[in-house]
Design a protein around this ligand. Structure first.
Ligand code: FES
Length: 614
């Protein structure tokens, strides 16, 4: 049986075998959509809508889509299977953009206009009568195409004479802005890739992109090897202070890590490192300093100034990065204090500086950053949230790697999901948020964060399931999150101390939001769009983030999950120079607000440690 699928608004049809995934049916119909989690049913972004008779939702769909979405026929293209003839609408924002344009994670079309580009030329050789130099030949050919060129690097010039003659005066020149940085024989214009990097305190994520089409070729994430010298930026700064030679060690480690990322990416995408001409990196202020080999010592002490606020352009060979020998590197600018290029990247993705309405961007990583504002005024601060949301300092916490519980519910029965559908090994950020939200719902924890056995005779059916899982032991009250009998690798618990760690983390973020709003003279309800970025940004349930008081009570459609926006922002800068200009403007305009020294900080923080009572 081959049911016929009609796809709207394209109005194209395709017949597929019963049991075919919607994803495969769409691919057969030539409709490309974006699968941010690689089609693993974890991000909930690949939403399509069945006009009628939608298939029964699977467990990830029940987890990731709201009840009303499910009722209205929304399903995940990477999970839903075709059982009968159907009409499926594929919304614009989930589709991939045509060649030469990309769609940002928020569905905005971005033209591909990178700093580095290749131009293929076929030239008339000079003659005795027309004795033009090689250099002149190239300049006049480019001028006639309206392409400005001002200078050459020495290595490009050294390559020019033989490159020009090797293939009959057909030559490809590579321009970085208006500087010629390479000359290659023949047409190599299709081989041009760039690399975007998010230098996180804990994780380094990198991606290579085709600079002609804007398409992603490969992505990788590795642990930042500097972690062994301290989990957070403060301890790494202290380590540098102990001995100036440590700066060199930290720089070499991050460069080696980026080189390793490049090696893996090149293998995956089948490109040579020599084809990579541009690298754009976004990191917090400390990571950016360490990457450039500039001491971050003075960021950590009053008056908290960085060595450089502007974005920095350099030759990647200067830092030992193995790409094309003339490749250009660029680090995004810093705002102030610990708030750096990764936050600027988030702000680009959230388009906060282009907005008239008030927006808020929150990045939760090893540290937290909060920005509030719009095109008129922008305020930023950092929140010492600690790495609890990354699973650190939580007894059975872990990063969002294979086996991490990333979704958890206990209403009529226990349900949980893990990264990669592997046996549960620990709990990552989004799982922690779910657990606390469930504890609060079923009164397994009170507003002060005290764990308790809920009264079983409560009105909600969910209470009994949860009550059975809370146990008192000599070490205090704890919640059994998943047991060996339920498929976990070991019994996984969530303890009283874990609640406290989460309260500290969410209290720091909530305080930063509250005080920035106060400084701006606005109320939480004035926020028209709130963007949540960070490692778990794509997976967290918005209503649960609100339930635990991490973010303000706003209508859910004003909250947008933007995942690893630092990498996404670096990618925007890599693909279009207008974003680089915008990044520099944003960094200059944004006012850095130091919260810790404020008289009202401690009171606000103490109040924000509690959970909202509902
Ligand atoms: S791509 Fe389908 S849920 Fe992530």
């Amino acid at each position: 049986v081959t049911p016929k699928i009609t796809i709207l608004p394209d109005n194209t049809s395709v017949s597929v075998r019963r049991g075919t995934l919607v994803r495969e049916a769409l691919e057969r119909a030539g409709i490309a959509i974006i699968y941010p989690c690689g089609g693993k049913g974890r991000c909930g972004q690949c939403r399509i809508r069945f006009a009628e008779a939608a298939p029964k939702p699977g467990s990830s769909e029940q987890m990731l889509l709201s009840r009303s979405e499910l009722k209205n026929g929304y399903r995940l293209a990477c999970r839903a299977k075709i059982e009968r003839a159907a009409t499926i609408s594929v919304p614009q924002e989930v589709r991939q953009a045509p060649e030469g344009r990309i769609l940002s994670s928020l569905g905005k079309q971005v033209d591909v206009k990178p700093l580095v580009r290749k131009i293929f030329l076929i030239l008339q050789p000079a003659t005795i009568q027309r004795q033009h130099s090689d250099y002149d030949l190239i300049h006049s050919a480019l001028r006639s195409r309206g392409i400005p060129i001002t200078d050459w690097t020495t290595t490009a010039l050294q390559a020019l004479p033989s490159a020009l003659r090797r293939k009959d005066h057909s030559i490809t020149v590579t321009l970085a802005g208006t500087t010629c940085i390479a000359a290659e024989a023949g047409d190599t214009s299709k081989h041009l890739v760039g690399c975007a990097v998010d230098i996180g305190t804990t994780t380094v994520a990198a991606q290579i992109l085709d600079l002609n089409t804007g398409k992603e070729r490969a992505t990788v994430a590795l642990l930042n090897p500097q972690s062994k010298h301290g989990a957070d930026v403060i301890s790494r700064i202290q380590w540098v202070r102990e001995n100036p030679l440590h700066l060199r060690v930290l720089q070499e480690e991050i460069v080696a890590c980026i080189n390793r990322c490049i090696e893996i990416l090149c293998k995956r995408a089948r490109v040579e490192p020599g084809e990579i001409f541009h690298l754009v990196a976004a990191g917090n202020a400390t990571m950016t300093h360490l990457f450039l080999g500039v001491t971050p010592e003075f960021i950590g002490v009053s008056p908290y100034v960085s060595a450089i606020r502007e974005g920095h352009q350099f030759k990647t060979t200067e830092l030992g990065i193995r790409l094309h020998p003339e490749a250009i590197g660029y680090t995004l600018p810093n705002i102030g204090g610990f708030v750096g290029g990764d936050t600027v990247a988030d702000m680009l993705v959230a388009a906060i500086a282009e907005s008239d309405a008030l927006r808020c961007v929150i990045d939760i990583g090893t540290n937290g950053e909060v920005v509030i504002g719009n095109g008129q005024r922008l305020l930023a601060t950092s929140a010492a949230a600690g790495p609890a949301f990354e699973g650190a300092q939580i007894s059975h916490g872990m990063q969002a790697g294979p086996g991490a519980i990333d979704g958890w519910a206990c209403d009529s029965r226990l349900r949980f999901t893990t990264v990669g559908d592997r046996p549960a090994a620990g709990i990552c950020g989004s799982g922690l948020v779910d657990i606390v939200a469930e504890l609060l719902r079923a009164k397994g924890a009170d507003a002060s964060g005290r764990l308790q056995v809920p009264k079983r005779a409560g009105p909600s059916v969910g209470i009994r399931c949860l009550a059975r899982r809370i146990e008192g032991s000599s070490r205090g009250v704890r919640l059994l999150v998943a047991s060996k009998a339920e498929g976990a690798k070991r019994n996984i618990y969530f303890t009283q101390n874990d609640v406290r760690q989460l309260q500290l983390a969410k209290g720091a973020i909530a305080t930063a939001i509250e005080l920035l709003l106060m400084e701006y003279g606005a109320a939480a309800a004035d926020i028209q769009a709130l963007y949540l970025a960070g490692a778990f940004g794509n997976y967290i349930r918005k209503n649960h983030a609100q339930r635990i008081g991490l973010i303000p009570q706003l209508p859910l459609d004003r909250i947008h999950l933007i995942g690893d926006a630092a990498l996404e922002g670096a990618k925007l800068v890599l693909l279009n120079t207008e974003y680089r200009d915008a990044a520099e403007r944003i960094a200059r305009q944004t006012e850095f607000i130091e919260l810790a020294g404020r008289a009202d900080f401690q009171d606000a923080f103490a109040a924000n440690m509690s959970f909202p009572s509902q």
